[in-house]
Design a protein around this ligand. Sequence first.
Ligand code: ZN
Length: 481
Amino acid sequence: MRSIRRATKVRLARMDDFGAVKELADKHRHELGFVRLSVLEEAIKGGRVFVAVNSSSVIGFVHFRCCKDGHATIYEIVVAPMWRGVGVGKALVNAVIEEARREGCSTLRLKCPIDLPSNGFYHHIGFQRVRIEQGKKRSLAVWELVLNLPCAPSWQFFVGLTSDASQIRALVRRFFEGYNRQPPFNPFERIIVSALAERTTLRLLKSWRLGDSSVLNCQFEVPSPKSLMFDSGGYQVQMGKIGYDELCRRLQEIYERETWADFYVLPDHVPTSRDADFEVEWKVKETLTMGELFLRRLSNLFSVPQNSTHAPRPIGVVHGRTIQQVIYSVRKWHELGVDYIAFGSFGTSGPNGSVNMLSKRSLKLLRAIVEEAMANEQKLHIFGIGNPTYLLKLHENNIIPTSFDSTGWWKAGGFGKVFFPSSQQWHITRKSIAMSLRLNANGHDCPFCLELTILRRCRWSRVLHNLVSFAETVQKLTMGQ
Ligand SMILES: [Zn+2]
């Protein structure tokens, strides 16, 4: 037997694979039916096609999609005849399974005409046949694989981009240019932005999310984000910039108008460390009451059919100072049918309680939230992670969220601070030798910190280096799971 397996690699398809993928699809029209080229092209651009490659030729591909309702679907999968029976198909399915898990999907589904031998393959790799359906021309067997991940822990990183449109453009362009347009990962797959951000920012993000990257004014194609989350802007109330009632009024208006996002954080009244216990209690209750009202008022937005590709989802915020308060909130959201919750009630310090602290108390609250959320099969988002060490601290405490967000990398870069993966942040004025040693430690690799002098002089280099450090930490955590 040929030593095929070792030489075969599965990776995301690129546009230059399009010809080979199309050829495979054309050759297997009997199995696949007619595959529309525009659909295939879109799928490759959207990161929904894996190819199996052997000495640089494409020998198989799989086209799939992960939906927000928790299902992933395989639309087409092909392995060239001479490569069958040696594990290529299985490797392609495994790549989809991994991606589906990362996206928080709990089942993988596919349909296969009942007369094809591949039905045996699906059975062999663990799929269950759930029913037979009448297709257009022939009967189809529907196969399902349960992915078994109730809380979908996955460290999905939502990059905070609440900034000027021009700053966002510069950031994205500089990131891709730094890597000569071929970055090893794309940190802009998931974005969080305050719903109260400037109109020009929202317009830019909308076009980009909906597939038009020309708004970024780059001279090259930039992949579109896979999902975008609206933050409620509760932080603005915490900072005393607007009142809570004003926030709710404006938020409702914005959510009714901007219906293109994927996740909508419901309004929340953020307690601060200076609040008295009765004030915290009142804010916890008010967050739930107002959230319930929003669910009712925006029921049109959240009632898109389950199998639609665009199903906007509400996220309920959990606040509280006591375990009792947070558990009460998680249960209440569950009762209201909200299956994605978020926590950001860390102890605060700094002016107006603006800096999140990952104190012992918040870790204890988070532990309780994670357990309750898992029991209810709810997903958990954690707001405002300051720097990569917070992630490590969560991991050490076995708190693994579905997702989290951070603008810390951006802010810290602006203040002259530099992150190191898996270690603390340092101010850029620290001694240079120790600093360069640190930069090269832990396998960190990025084009923005090649020279310390550039890092000292240029804010963008610090910001982008910090972003890469963050992403590297996430990568390590995901692989170590
Ligand atoms: Zn770097």
